[in-house]
Design a protein around this ligand. Structure first.
Ligand code: PLP
Length: 382
């Protein structure tokens, strides 16, 4: 897509060349990692190399990594599979600003009789760790929170939340899908029991992800049908995707500090430019506790999806948090949970930078946006 400017890295990321090379090589090896012969052993060795790469990025033991098809599956496995002493948690505590891959399994658990508490976030999109502690009723509670919100990039006070959960002997699951590869995510310093991630959010391929499961925690398989992943996830592993995930994690570990600085500089250049050139706009969510790559902006008085289309026609890809259902636009539940009105939520766009984005591209976007905003606002007033 020569000439296009891709500012939607929270939706998915382009593959790194190193990942493409490793996946291409792995495609030629066809063994089943569960087979004991030569071909099987070769595939097993690829798998275990990737497991070590993921574990190293996270500060985990390789045996604590369960490969999945992505973060949706990892979140489902965490919520449905977390058992303590073979008891399904009777109580799930989560927030109103989670990803659907936590919200929807939570609804299913609720229908199956599990009590679900959905905590409010403040205007900056953050949870109060005190509220989390108060909500935990017993050891049979599972707390599930997003580390970094996919729409706003807002970071939760994870250390304080983890302490509050641990003090009550309950379990903590963290959806770290957007955080991995952008900020340090280390389970050797964060007492989380379960943590989800996905390859395609950090320049790896789609269809591969992981759930970190702390040693000693019993986890009931959700996908049954084989002994793979130490009985925690049945089904022949996606070796090619997992190899790509491993390389993406190795690159992230090596490059993280420089990567985060670079992304933050691009994001800040974009925000400063928008702030000075466009009137009546606001930044959604905390500006201090936020991913280095994410900017969520409310352009008052216009339908966000029209501005998105106008930008797309000019070769710029961004995103609205809003989902389209049967032709009508539903305002983002995350922005509504932060207290924005439905109109403000529909007027908001997410810009997310990442690998390959250049300063000159940000400047091109800054040249385009003021005029497009003026035209879309004018049309909306008619
Ligand atoms: C925070 C968060 N959790 C989970 C997911 C689901 O990840 P996957 O696409 O790997 O299923 C996403 C993807 O958008 C996400 O942003």
């Amino acid at each position: 897509m020569a000439g296009r400017i891709y500012l939607d890295h929270n939706a998915t990321t382009p593959l790194r060349e190193e990942v493409v090379e490793a996946c291409t090589r792995a495609l030629r090896g066809f063994g089943n990692p569960s087979s004991t012969h030569f071909e099987g052993a070769a595939a097993r060795s690829e798998l275990e190399c990737a497991r070590a790469q993921v574990a190293s990025l996270l500060g985990a033991d390789p045996a604590e990594i369960v490969f999945t098809s992505g973060a949706t599956e990892a979140n489902n496995l965490a919520l449905r599979g977390a058992v303590r002493s073979s008891r399904v948690p009777r109580h799930l505590v989560t927030s109103r600003a989670e990803h659907p891959s936590v919200l929807e399994p939570a609804e299913a658990l609720e229908r199956a009789g599990v009590k679900v508490t959905r905590l409010a976030v403040d205007a900056s999109g953050r949870l109060d760790p005190g509220d989390v502690g108060t909500a935990v009723e017993s050891e049979a509670t599972l707390v599930s929170v997003l580390w970094a919100n996919n729409e706003t990039g807002v970071l939760q006070p994870l250390s304080e939340i983890a302490e509050a959960v641990r003090a009550r002997g309950a379990l903590l699951h963290v959806d770290a899908t957007q955080a991995v590869g952008k900020i340090p995510v280390r389970v050797d310093s964060l007492p989380a029991d379960l943590l989800s991630g996905s390859a395609h959010k950090l320049n790896g391929p789609k269809g591969a992800g992981f759930l970190f499961v702390r040693r000693g925690l019993e986890l009931e398989a959700w996908l049954r049908g084989g002994p793979q992943e130490r009985g925690r996830r049945g089904g022949t592993e996606n070796v090619v995707g997992i190899v790509g995930l491993g390389v993406a994690c190795e690159l992230a570990e090596r490059e993280l500090p420089g990567r985060a600085r670079r992304m933050a500089a691009l994001r800040d250049r974009l925000w400063e430019g928008l702030r000075t050139r466009v009137g009546a706009l606001g930044r959604n969510g905390s500006t201090t506790h936020v991913l280095p790559n994410t900017l969520n902006v409310c352009f008052e008085g216009l339908p966000g999806e029209i501005l998105l289309e106008a930008l797309d026609l000019e070769g710029v890809s961004v995103s609205t948090g809003a989902a389209c259902h049967s032709g009508s636009t539903v305002a983002s539940h995350v922005l509504l949970a932060m207290g924005l009105s439905p109109e403000q939520a529909r007027a908001s766009l997410r810009f997310s930078v990442g690998h390959g984005v250049e300063e000159a591209q940000i400047d091109r976007v800054l040249d385009l946006v003021p005029d497009l905003v003026a035209r879309v606002r004018e049309a909306a007033e008619r």
